[in-house]
Write a protein that binds this ligand. Structure first.
Ligand SMILES: Nc1ncnc2c1ncn2[C@@H]1O[C@H](COP(=O)(O)OP(=O)(O)OP(=O)(O)O)[C@@H](O)[C@H]1O
Ligand SMILES: [Mg+2]
Length: 256
């Protein structure tokens, strides 16, 4: 079932300990974000390192909760949904492959098993592996014995095993070479259509964003600088900051 995500005035402030000055400080990481991602849309979040991109994804599957505002999933307040149920609907793939100790099979069926599925697990593991273009021969292999590209696909298969409506992808190709990156992008595009997934795809790579997302939000320092159709962001930027960022000039300017 496809799912729409609504962000209403979402902000995130974190406390951290400044050990040099022996005091607690506050950092505003996300500021007053209001936007929505439509059912079955592939939506990209673009921004420099430290902009708050991963934090924004973490709010959707409740690894963290917003400090202000709220997030609605299919009309329900995310904070009111049981976390285990929510994570079945919201799959996540992290920047670097991360596994539970064990085999590919154990990792892929981890979620369904946790949710009480007892039968059909072998078939499910094979189907999910096939969905990400991997051979069932890998099922008995230990995850650490795979290539990083294979590992990232297993992470995607693990997310799919729960039958999610939303996929959160946090720079899922950052550890891959160009051909593996392009293959992963094609795979995600195909899965989004076939399974009608709402996809939030985080990237700091301008070319990738242009290839992947129907619409893109540019996030800098926790601010939504612009949200547009992806091509328009590059060809008709609404602000000088967007123009400079999309031309790859922002970093130079910041440090120069
Ligand atoms: N666990 C944490 N505790 C405290 N501060 C954090 C934590 N994780 C991230 N931050 C801070 O929050 C801000 C936003 O971090 P976030 O990881 O969301 O950025 P990002 O846009 O994903 O960056 P990158 O492109 O480098 O992954 C940064 O200033 C970071 O230092
Ligand atoms: Mg990040």
């Amino acid at each position: 079932m496809p799912m729409r995500i609504v962000f209403e005035g979402v902000g995130k402030t974190r406390k951290y300990y400044d050990s040099q000055n022996s005091l607690w400080r506050q950092q505003v990481v996300l500021r007053d974000l209001t936007f929505q991602v439509e059912d079955a849309e592939v939506f990209t979040i673009l921004g420099p390192s430290g902009a708050g991109k991963s934090t924004l994804l973490r709010l959707v599957n409740r690894l963290e909760d917003p400090s202000q505002g709220h997030i609605m999933l299919d009309g329900h307040l995310a904070s009111s949904i049981d976390v285990i149920a929510l994570r079945r609907d919201v799959g996540m793939v992290f920047q670097l492959p991360a596994f539970f100790p064990g085999t590919v099979r154990e990792n892929v069926i981890y979620g369904p098993k946790l949710h009480g599925t007892k039968t059909g697990l072998d078939g499910l593991a094979e189907t999910c592996l096939a969905a990400v273009g991997l051979s069932p021969d890998l099922l008995g292999r230990r995850t650490q014995d795979l290539s990083v590209g294979q590992q990232q696909r297993v992470c995607l298969a693990r997310a799919l095993a729960n039958g999610p409506a939303i996929l959160l992808l946090d720079e899922p190709t950052s550890a891959l070479d160009l051909s593996a990156t392009l293959a992963m992008e094609r795979l995600i595009a195909r899965l989004a259509v076939e399974r009608r997934l709402t996809v939030l795809f985080v990237s700091h790579d301008l070319e990738q964003v242009r290839r992947v997302g129907q619409r893109t939000m540019l996030l800098i320092d926790g601010h939504m600088v612009e949200l547009s159709e992806t091509e328009a962001l590059f060809t008709q930027p609404q602000s000088d900051l967007t123009r400079r960022f999309c031309a790859g000039l922002w970093k130079e300017e910041k440090h120069g």
